[in-house]
Design a protein around this ligand. Structure first.
Ligand SMILES: [Zn+2]
Length: 316
């Protein structure tokens, strides 16, 4: 009898889980960065059940025509949370959305925008659109669901369908959005977006602050170049992919992390050391970043990646 009851209870639970929507993501306050730009800063963590997958920096820009979002977050519920914060500031519709790159924590919130604003234009790097359509979209939906123990359930990939080109300027309601695309930096799909009149640059994950993230899809040299490009713009404000926004001081540390990593690994590689043998010395040279979220998880992989790139460079 007890067993039968348990089976009934478990079946009902399974049914309600399958049918039920995911829990809402709690409100994170939108912070005003400049006259027309607001940023919702997610926690500098990896997606987990506690944060329900929300851990990036969606930004939105108020224009005379409507609202432009750069990165909508990691899930349907993250996107809905972003829309709730926008509603607190304006009644204008969301008209345009940019995705900074292929990683799902940045754009799976598009679904929330589409369900309320079916006319909104969704932009991304052409290779982002290609990769998403070729299966990365489903991979990311599944990964977010797994990492959050199902908290993002119900999320469907709404893939951007308008391809950006490098240096393109899109004017919306008196505000100019200028794009900086690279072939290979954090990924092969990165689009940095400058809000020209506000002197704001949203870097996507080409720049991180207070968090050392995965570089599994990155070219360290390409990422350094994108970092330098961001710095050369001398924007007044920067919005990194993760971590607090601010001036150039939020950009420089990660650029220096990549440069120190690549230089130190190169030096020790020349001395004939393997990635395993050089690890302690490289970690020592990066001690300034020891307290950044994700450092100890990622630094070993970053050293191996740097060794591969240095070997590769010898054949160029
Ligand atoms: Zn990323």
């Amino acid at each position: 009898m007890y067993l039968l009851k348990s089976i009934v209870v478990i079946s009902l639970l399974a049914l309600s889980l399958a049918a039920g929507a995911a829990d809402p993501v709690p409100d994170y306050p939108a912070e005003k960065l400049s006259e027309r730009v607001w940023v919702i800063h997610g926690p500098t963590e990896t997606p987990n059940p506690g944060n329900k997958g929300f851990m990036n920096n969606p930004a939105f820009v108020l224009t005379d025509e409507g609202v432009v979002i750069i990165d909508t977050g990691s899930s349907l519920e993250s996107g809905r949370m972003v829309l709730r914060q926008i509603k607190k500031v304006t009644d204008k519709p969301v008209t345009h959305v940019f995705a900074s790159h292929i990683h799902g924590d940045h754009w799976l919130g598009n679904q929330a925008v589409r369900e309320v604003y079916p006319e909104a234009k969704l932009y991304a790097h052409p290779v982002m659109i290609e990769q998403a359509r070729a299966g990365q979209a489903e991979t990311w939906v599944a990964m977010m669901e797994r990492l959050t123990d199902g908290a993002t359930r119900g999320t469907e990939a709404v893939i951007p369908d308008i391809a950006l080109s490098d240096g393109e300027e899109i004017v919306v309601g008196g505000v100019t959005f200028r794009t900086y695309l690279s072939d290979w930096a954090h990924t092969k799909t990165d689009a940095m977006i400058e809000v020209v009149e506000e002197s704001v640059l949203a870097t996507g994950d080409n720049v991180l602050y207070m968090r050392i993230g995965r570089l599994d899809d990155a070219s360290i040299r390409g990422n350094i170049a994108a970092c330098d490009q961001a710095l050369e713009l001398k924007s007044k404000y920067y919005v990194p992919g993760h971590g607090p926004s601010g001036g150039a001081d939020v950009i420089e540390p990660f650029c220096n992390y990549l440069k120190t990593l690549y230089a130190k690994v190169g030096e020790l590689y020349k001395e004939g050391l393997s990635d395993f043998e050089m690890k302690d010395t490289v970690v020592e040279s990066l001690s300034a970043y020891r307290d950044w979220s994700g450092f100890s998880d990622q630094v070993g992989k970053h050293i191996s990646l740097a060794v591969l790139e240095i070997e590769q460079a010898e054949f160029e």
